[in-house]
Structures are given as C-alpha cells and as structure tokens.
Design a protein around this ligand. Structure first.
Ligand code: F6P
Length: 361
C-alpha cells in the first residue's frame, strides 16, 4: 500500500504528531509506504511538491508546531485560483489531481485538515479517489468529532494569556478585552475563558447586549473588584449587529470564507462611552496556533494518525477518525466535515453562568 499524505488549511499544533503516528505504525506494523504531498492540495496540482515521508522524516517532530509537509488554506482543487492571460481566475483542477494521484502510483490519500480540507477530500472521494482523513483545527468546530487535536493546546495558550492579563487589569483597574480565534464557533473562548477566570465570555452563538455588559461591569466595579476580564470570540457580535470582518470571502481568492477579526475593538468602542475605567484590547491571533502541542494533543494526534490506518486496512474510504464520548471511532466524511457550534443551552454555558460568568445576554 502506497499512500499520499497531505496537511491542509491553517496549521495547528499536533499535525506533526499525526504524521509521526501514521508513518511509524504504517511502516513498522503494516509495511506501508508514504509520499509527503507538500502545501496541502497545491502538492497535487503544482509540480515538484512531494517529499519522502518515512521513519527518518518523522523522527524528532512530535513536539514541533506547524507541519513538516507545509499547508495551504487557499488551494481548493475544485476552485483553484490561478493567473491566466494576466487575469486571476478560478478553475476546476480536480482532473489534474486525479492524474497526479495516478502518476504518483498512490493507492490512497490521507488528508489531515479542518472543514475546508475535509469537504474537498469528500468531493474527491465522490470522484473515486480513495481517501481517509484526520480532523484538525484549534477551533474544535467539526461536527463529526467531540474533539480535534490542536484545540487543547490553544485553550492552554488562551488560559495562560488571561492569567497574565489579570496583572495589568488589577494594577491599572482596567477592563481587559481579549480577542480569541474560533471563526463562527465559541469553543475556544468558552473553555479558555472558564480556564482563565474571565468575567465575561462573549461567543458568536449568543449575540451580546451592550447595556447588559455595561450594567454588569458597573456592578463588578462597585461591589466586588476594580477590574474585569472580557473574553470575546473573533466571531462574536452585538445583538442586531454583524461580525467584524478583516477581509470578505471574495477578497481572498481561493479561500471561500471571510477572515474575521476586530471584535474586541468593536466591543471596546461600544463600552467606552459608558465607563470611567480604561479599556485595553489584546488580540491573541496566531499565538493560539503556534508552538508545541500539549501532551493531550500529542496523544490525540498520535492516536488519530495510527488509527486512520485501520480505515485504510479495512477499505473504509471516505471516512475520518474521531473521538465520541471519550472513545476513538470513525465517521463518514459526508457528515463529519460540517461546522458545529457551542450549544447555548448546554452544560458548559449553563454552569459558567451559574458561577457568575456573564455572556452579555
Ligand atoms: O481555523 C483556524 C483559524 O485559526 C481560525 O480560528 C481563524 O479564524 C483562522 O484560522 C485564521 O486564518 P488565517 O491564518 O488565514 O489568518
């Protein structure tokens, strides 16, 4: 069995751990051979983007962030952005991908990615490519699994950042707003906010009410302490308002989704006229995606990498590995690639509210 392997979408702590788990089990136990496809789906479209992927290449990569294969969150084989006659156009390059897979003599493809990469993987599977997948994203927003690797590491970063912001908040009696990634899902803000002891957790699933936040802030300052921490998702927005967008989908060729950012500044501007306390905004940005994976993510990623080969061995194509109720398993790509959001009526939101955390609603 000769398998191509690619990592697609934004980088994420644990990608290298998956590659290591995959190659070590594949080579040692199953006698498989691997070809590294570089820079996501670009590696199946552009020339000379493959690399050897054997035991030597995966040695020592477990604690490393990023991906030794490189990645791309713009290379969509079905809407590939290219220049033709001086113009930027999009073209269906899936035939090129099919030919390249044949030319590389691949028996199958392992795709490691989030909703975008997995959607493309599913579409290629529909065109007959033998594909299996591993779910990655710091956002944890894939419907087919309870947990993606990368999420735990990012929550650790957020929690530590909020711990650190407490110093300035307390010393200067400020309102510290911290903007957290996650696109349209509030999982990172919810868990990072609870772990860091935030006073407010504002997520896209619960559009916030500025008056409610002002009233609660004034109560905190008058009755309890002279500072506050507001954890806000990049995708959060005021009730009746809209998400803060850095770039619209059609401004980023190939990407297909908006680039969010600026929700913290929007909130600060809305709060400022009502407060005497100073407000400062910290955008955590890509710090949340970088660095060494946490032990929990290393374990999950290693398990995913090793286990995805069960799917190959059993010919269960068009599926991905997943974690459900604490147990490893499999789910069909057609369903699992879809986005999911925080349940606003779920236990975590309910219990966070019960200990006095405000969701601004
Ligand atoms: O999906 C992961 C993620 O980090 C999101 O949380 C964020 O909205 C997006 O990627 C940022 O993408 P980029 O690295 O292209 O700015």
């Amino acid at each position: 069995m000769r398998l191509g392997v690619l990592t697609g979408g934004g980088d994420c702590p644990g990608l290298n751990a998956v590659l290591r788990g995959l190659v070590r089990r594949g080579v040692n136990e199953l006698g498989y051979e691997f070809v590294g496809i570089q820079n996501g789906y670009d590696g199946l479209i552009l020339p000379d983007l493959t690399m050897p992927l054997g035991l030597a290449q995966v040695r020592g990569i477990l604690p490393k962030g990023g991906t030794i294969l490189g990645t791309s969150n713009k290379a969509d084989p079905f809407n590939y952005v290219m220049k033709e006659g001086g113009k930027t156009i999009t073209k269906d390059m899936s035939d090129v991908v099919l030919k390249r897979i044949k030319a590389l003599k691949l028996d199958g493809l392992v795709c490691i990615g989030g909703d975008g990469t997995l959607t493309m993987a599913h579409k290629l599977a529909e065109r007959g490519v033998k594909i299996v997948a591993c779910p990655k994203t710091i956002d944890n927003d894939l419907s087919g699994t309870d947990q993606t690797f990368g999420f735990d590491t990012a929550v650790n970063v957020i929690s530590e950042a909020i711990d650190r912001l407490h110093s300035t908040a307390e010393a200067h009696q400020r309102v510290m707003v911290v903007e957290i990634m996650g696109r349209n899902a509030g999982f990172l803000t919810l868990e990072g906010g609870i772990a860091g002891g935030a006073d407010f957790i504002l997520i896209p699933e619960l559009p916030y009410d500025v008056e409610k936040i002002v009233a609660h802030l004034l109560e905190i300052y008058e009755t309890r302490k002279k500072f506050a921490i507001v954890a806000i998702s990049e995708g959060a927005f005021p009730r009746g308002g809209a998400q803060a967008v850095q770039a619209k989908a059609d401004e980023i060729p190939g990407r297909g989704v908006v680039r969010l950012g600026g929700s913290g500044k929007v909130l600060a501007d809305l709060l400022a006229p009502h407060l005497e306390a100073e407000i400062r905004v910290t955008v955590l940005g890509h710090l949340q995606r970088g660095g060494s994976p946490s032990p929990m993510d290393r374990v999950l990623a290693t398990m995913y990498g090793a286990m995805v080969l069960d799917l190959v061995r059993d010919g269960k194509w068009d599926h991905m590995v997943c974690l459900r109720d604490g147990k490893l398993g499999f789910s069909p790509l057609a369903e699992s690639r879809k986005e999911r959001q925080v349940d606003p009526h779920g236990d975590k939101v309910r219990l966070a509210k019960s200990i006095g955390i405000s969701f601004g609603v």
